[in-house]
Design a protein around this ligand. Structure first.
Ligand SMILES: Cc1ncc(COP(=O)(O)O)c(C=O)c1O
Length: 404
């Protein structure tokens, strides 16, 4: 990649090479654009990838979908979440995690993050559950929990699984940020292939689960509630024209055009991960000795995971004066550095705040993390000079703001 250290540095950029272009062309010329042989091959290769990565031989089902949002919706539906149920989710996440709960007529119950992390706090989760009335608990209202592996840093799944077992909750892992690191130990997990994610198809996702009944339900519901995928109907000469609609399903299938790109991205997953990890390591060593900054918790600094997918690099400013973070962002943008904030907590979003009568202070650790956070550029293909420039500008900018 050309050295463009004098130009703007985008916040994110997909790593697309000739193989991805050729894969897309192959499908465009094939006469079959929608879900078919490529999507099926992508699912098979994805399952094999996870088996090899985690040395697992349990029954793994991988179902390609058109977004992680669709995947989360399908997973909750297949786990039996419905009208009037409660699903525990962190406030510190993207709205997709909670909106899918509303799709099903259930309600998200927000939980704070653990101090110093970006992840749902097992102690806070337990506290919320223990305060529910015996009536609500015995009616089985709390149905599921969605831990979010924020930024590619893994949640404490052991603690969450233990609580889920005791309260009879299904566990749907929001792994949108964490391919290829998240192992998926819950009832289902969902990866995202959105344009900025660790591997991408532009838009897309993959649901992973271990239970055949859940997998079957998802497979039917992702294609209109029809008990047979379209490509069989049209491409298999032996197939009949007959099909049955057994549910009012959705249209959440991943087209072959995108699946073909996904297969190439999958084959590069370790290489793409290494590039992200190298950038994160450079940021870690630049910012860790400076008490104006807090580097992200990782496997080695108190995070729970065996390594981190590094979808995001969430730097926190060690500030006391409100408004510093926004001032720093403004200056970074003016200097041509693309940055973002992950996330604006859901409990302060008008929809959730008004619907559930929530106050800013209800989730203090979430607010603390949000007020300090700046996501720095991190994408495969970002060269050393660009990384050095980001480090230099962050230091320069923070030298010019009053911190306390
Ligand atoms: C935590 C989280 N969950 C779910 C999603 C939804 O992913 P998708 O865009 O593939 O629907 C996102 C999207 O960025 C996300 O950040």
């Amino acid at each position: 990649m050309a050295d463009n250290t004098d130009g703007d540095i985008p916040f994110a950029r997909p790593f697309i090479g000739r193989e991805e272009e050729e894969a897309a062309l192959r499908v465009l010329r094939s006469g079959w654009l929608t879900t078919g042989a490529e999507a099926l091959a992508f699912e098979k290769e994805f399952a094999q990838f996870l088996k090899d990565a985690f040395l697992r031989n349990d029954g793994l089902h991988c179902l390609a979908v058109n977004s992680a949002t669709s995947g989360l919706h399908l997973a909750l539906e297949a786990c039996g979440v419905g009208e009037g149920d409660m699903v525990l989710v962190p406030s510190y996440t993207f709205t997709a995690t909670a909106e899918v709960v509303r799709y099903l007529g259930a309600d998200p119950v927000f939980v704070d993050i653990a101090p110093g992390t970006f992840h749902i706090d097992p102690a806070a989760l337990e506290k919320v559950l223990s305060k529910l009335s015996p009536d609500i608990l015995s009616a089985g209202k709390p149905k599921a929990v969605i831990p979010v592996h924020f930024g590619g840093l893994l949640c404490d799944m052991e603690a969450i699984m233990d609580i889920a077992r005791r309260y009879n909750l299904k566990v749907i892992e929001d792994a949108a940020h964490s391919f290829p690191i998240a192992r998926i130990t819950g009832d289902a997990g969902v990866f995202s292939f959105y344009a900025t994610k660790t591997i991408t198809t532009g838009e897309g996702g993959m649901v992973v689960c271990h239970n055949e009944d859940i997998a079957r339900r998802i497979s039917i519901m992702r294609s209109h509630g029809i008990d047979r995928p379209a490509w069989n109907r049209y491409s298999d000469v032996g197939a009949t024209w007959y099909y049955e609609v057994t549910e009012a399903g959705y249209k959440y299938n991943l087209p072959d055009l995108l699946a073909a790109v996904g297969r190439v991205q999958l084959s590069r997953a370790w290489e793409l991960l290494r590039m992200r990890q190298d950038i994160a390591a450079a940021y870690d060593s630049a910012f860790s000795g400076d008490d104006r900054f807090l580097i992200p918790p990782t496997a080695s600094t108190g995070g729970a995971g065996p390594g981190d997918a590094r979808h995001l690099y969430p730097l926190r400013l060690n500030l006391r004066r409100p408004g510093v973070r926004d001032e720093v962002i403004q200056k970074l943008k003016a200097a041509g550095i693309g940055v973002s904030v992950h996330f604006i907590p859901l409990h302060i979003m008008p929809y959730y705040k008004n619907r559930y009568g929530l106050a800013e202070d209800d989730f203090p650790e979430t607010m603390k993390a949000f007020r300090r956070e700046i996501s720095l550029p991190i994408w495969p293909g970002m060269d050393k000079a660009q990384v050095e420039r980001v480090i230099g500008v962050v230091r320069e900018v923070t030298d010019t703001v009053r911190y306390f």
